[in-house]
Design a protein around this ligand. Structure first.
Ligand SMILES: NC(=O)C1=CN([C@@H]2O[C@H](COP(=O)(O)OP(=O)(O)OC[C@H]3O[C@@H](n4cnc5c(N)ncnc54)[C@H](O)[C@@H]3O)[C@@H](O)[C@H]2O)C=CC1
Ligand SMILES: N[C@@H](CC=O)C(=O)O
Ligand code: NA
Length: 436
């Protein structure tokens, strides 16, 4: 039987890892796929670097369109990134009737609706396991393993770079800038690392998971994003004193009013498994109505872990090449004509519990004023601690609230900030129990 020809576009961190895994495990991979999987051609901006990686037998070009238009390429693997040239290449590959494997979460979160519609029309597959939580087979789990369930919520640590930064800062006291530079050196960070630290990358991945979990179109523009760059070390420390870890969490939840879709630093009780996911590791919890809470853990970034997912997708596509398109697993788990336009809730309509840190004058009556304002807004207090008074007579009050709608907390914060006895802005972080 003829080998299956792979056209590899982008031979950087993930592309290099993919070439390595295809070569290293060639025998096992072909036994699984039923055919030899051959790296047929590669494209990379830096030709020499790519040649060193793929070896002398694989032609390397600098114009990836040559791969997309090559009549003998069966599967195009897009590992360039971004949503400009990558979008052009993927759409052209689909138009040419080629199957696509990509790790590009931004491309799918922003343009996925168009890409999957075109792929559906042309009867080709677009596989994207590597786009969410790197090597963890979370797309497979959500799309196939949990297909009996009504999924209630998904919560994940899905940006390896941010988790690496938070862990190194906590464990080694390293500076934010130094750890970010290390994450870049290790190939974890996006080409523009603000995507990692400001929550965009996690938002892209969460958007994709929400779409698959709830059968809704991709709606990245409605995803609430807050990253870790503004986190204050004091809040991480106080949270720990109260028994919580702070993680950058992506959370999507089905409610009667609509779907919550949000990424932000989150306090999680320290005894939850997910609170103890450290370094570049990712973890995703998914709660189904039948199975209850489930947890998936593994490396979320890096050359070989991400290549693991890319190559698994290549094997999947290879196995299904001859299957009637109607009998393949739908791209977004639900049949394309059965997606629903369930609304995504604006952030002030979500429900959460909250951590509040307030700089208040250390004098009688201030605490009573603050707690009264919270009560006036229907907010009840779960815990309250006061941190020592400074020389200037101000103290820090840390309050944990019970679950409440975000707009109530915002109202309470505005009136607390207006008190003469309160200085500056109230720090507000969201908290999630994640106990099913
Ligand atoms: N690095 C990681 O751990 C992970 C990355 N991803 C995604 O995988 C994709 C690739 O990421 P990395 O490998 O980290 O990036 P990278 O920057 O290491 O590699 C990209 C490669 O594409 C090449 N390139 C850029 N423009 C090109 C063009 N017009 N034609 C041909 N080649 C071109 C560059 O020369 C470079 O070698 C991105 O979509 C990223 O979001 C997904 C999961 C994990
Ligand atoms: N930059 C991303 C790479 C994987 O998706 C991350 O840090 O998680
Ligand atoms: Na994955």
């Amino acid at each position: 039987m003829q080998p299956i020809n792979i056209g590899l576009m982008g031979v950087g961190t993930v592309g290099g890892g993919t070439a390595t895994v295809l070569k290293r495990n060639a025998e096992e991979i072909s036994r699984r796929a039923g055919r030899e999987i051959r790296l047929f051609m590669a494209a990379n901006r830096e030709l020499e670097r790519a040649r060193e990686v793929v070896g002398p037998d694989v032609p390397v070009v600098d114009d990836a369109m040559q791969i997309v238009n090559h009549p003998d390429v069966d599967i195009v693997v897009e590992l360039i990134g971004g949503d400009t040239i990558a979008k052009e290449l993927v759409l052209k590959a689909i138009e040419n009737g080629k199957h696509v494997v990509t790790a590009n979460k931004k491309l799918l979160a922003v343009h996925g609706n168009e890409i999957f519609a075109r792929a559906q029309e042309k009867g080709v597959m677009v596989a994207f396991e590597a786009a969410v939580a790197g090597g963890i087979p979370i797309i497979k789990a959500l799309r196939e393993g949990l297909s009996a369930n009504r999924i209630e919520w998904i919560a994940g640590i899905i940006n390896g770079t941010s988790n690496f930064i938070l862990t190194e800062m906590r464990d080694k006291g390293s500076s934010f800038a130094d750890v970010l530079a290390e994450a870049q050196r290790l190939g974890y960070a996006e080409a523009d690392p603000t995507f990692d630290i400001e929550g965009h990358d996690a938002g892209h991945k969460l958007t994709i998971m929400a779409s698959i979990a709830f059968g809704i179109p991709m709606q990245f523009d409605k995803c609430y994003l807050e990253g870790i760059s503004q986190l204050d070390g004091r809040d991480i420390k106080y949270a720990e004193e109260l028994g919580y870890r702070v993680k950058l969490l992506g959370l999507t939840r089905r409610t009667d009013a609509g779907i919550e879709l949000r990424v932000h630093p989150t306090l999680i009780p320290e005894d939850r498994l997910i609170a103890n996911v450290n370094g570049v590791m990712n973890a995703v919890m998914a709660k189904g109505d039948a199975i209850g809470p489930t947890l998936y853990y593994g490396a979320g970034a890096g050359a070989l872990p991400t290549a693991s997912a890319v190559v698994a997708d290549i094997v999947d596509v290879a196995r299904l090449l001859t299957a009637d398109p109607e009998h393949r697993v739908p791209h977004l788990a639900f049949q394309p004509d059965r997606l629903q336009d369930t609304p995504i809730l604006p952030i002030d309509e979500i429900h959460s519990s909250y951590y509040l840190r307030i700089a208040a004058a250390d004098r009688t009556g201030v605490l009573a004023e603050i707690t009264r304002l919270l009560a006036d807004n229907g907010i009840s207090i779960e815990a309250l601690i006061q941190k020592g008074a400074d020389a200037d007579g101000s103290a820090e009050v840390v309050i944990l609230t019970h679950r409440v709608q975000e707009k109530q907390v915002n109202r309470a914060i505005a009136s607390i900030e207006a008190l003469d006895s309160v200085a500056g802005k109230v720090v507000r972080l969201r908290m999630e129990e994640l106990n099913g």
